[in-house]
Design a protein around this ligand. Structure first.
Ligand code: ZN
Length: 243
C-alpha cells in the first residue's frame, strides 16, 4: 500500500460520517466507457454528437434514433460492480458511509449492496411510460426494437436525466444536505466539470476532502488528499477488499 492509500485508510478508519460523490470514472473499471471522453468514436456511425442525441428535444423529435444510440452505447447489462462499488458498500455496512452520490445511471452501487444511493442523473434500470407512468425494467428496452411502447400504447422513456432536463430537486437537496453534514468527502472518478452536479461540492465545509481521479480537476487546490491512481484499486486496498 503506498503512502497516499495509507493516508486514505487512516482517514476512513477514524471517521463514521463519510460521503462519496462519484462520476463516470467509477464505472469505467466495470467496462462502461465515459461517452464524453470518446466522442470521436461515435461520429463515424451517428450523425449527431452524443450530447445532442441524449437531449430532451432529440428524444421527443427523433425517438427511434435516440433508442438506436441508447441501446448500443448507453446500456451495459453485463457490467458488474468493481472494487470501488464493493468497497463503498462495505463502508456503508460498517456504518461509515452516510450516502453515495453518483452521476452514473448504471445502478452498480445498488447492485454492490449500497442502500443510500442518490442518483443525480436517474437510472437506466427504470423506464417510465410517458402516458401512464408504468415502470419497466431494462429488459423492456433491450428486448424490443425501435421505440419501446407501454401496454397502454404510450412511449417509454428511460428514467435518466437528459440534456435540457433539470435534475430532480429532492435528490439534489438530499445530496447537498449529505455533503454539507459530512465529516469526510471523497470525490472519485469525475473531473467535476459537469454542472450543476459539480457545484454540489461547494456545500462541503470540512477539512477532509479527498479527490481520487486520474486527471486534474478544478477543485484540486481545495483537496486535502489527491490520489491519481485507479479508484477501484485505491478504495479496494484502503477498505481491505480481497482480490
Ligand atoms: Zn402506459
Amino acid at each position: 500500500m503506498n503512502t497516499d492509500t495509507q493516508k486514505l485508510k487512516s482517514i476512513l478508519d477514524s471517521s463514521e460520517n463519510i460521503v462519496f460523490f462519484g462520476g463516470a470514472g467509477v464505472s469505467t473499471e466495470s467496462g462502461i466507457p465515459d461517452f464524453r471522453s470518446v466522442d470521436g468514436l461515435y461520429n463515424k456511425k451517428h450523425k449527431y454528437p452524443p450530447e445532442t442525441i441524449l437531449s430532451h428535444s432529440f428524444f421527443i423529435e427523433h425517438t427511434e434514433e435516440f433508442y438506436r444510440f441508447y441501446r448500443e452505447k448507453m446500456l451495459y447489462p453485463d457490467a458488474k460492480p468493481n472494487k470501488a462499488h464493493i468497497a463503498l458498500a462495505e463502508l456503508e455496512k460498517r456504518g461509515k458511509i452516510k450516502a453515495v452520490i453518483t452521476q452514473n445511471v448504471d445502478g452498480l452501487h445498488s447492485e454492490a449492496g449500497s442502500t443510500n444511493v442518490l442518483e443525480l442523473h436517474g437510472s437506466a434500470l427504470r423506464n417510465l411510460c410517458m402516458t401512464c407512468g408504468e415502470c419497466y425494467p431494462i429488459e423492456k428496452i433491450l428486448q424490443t426494437e425501435g421505440i419501446p411502447l407501454c401496454t397502454c400504447g404510450g412511449v417509454i422513456k428511460p428514467d435518466v436525466v437528459l440534456y435540457e432536463e433539470g435534475l430532480d430537486y429532492s435528490v439534489m437537496s438530499r445530496a447537498a444536505n449529505a455533503i454539507y453534514n459530512a465529516d469526510v468527502l471523497i470525490v472519485g472518478g469525475t473531473s467535476l466539470n459537469v454542472y450543476p452536479a459539480a457545484g454540489l461540492i461547494n456545500h462541503y465545509g470540512g477539512n477532509k476532502l479527498i479527490l481520487i481521479n486520474k486527471s486534474e480537476t478544478p477543485y484540486d487546490h481545495y483537496a486535502d488528499l489527491i490520489i491519481r491512481e485507479s479508484i477501484g484499486l485505491t478504495l479496494g486496498e484502503a477498505v481491505g477488499i480481497e482480490a
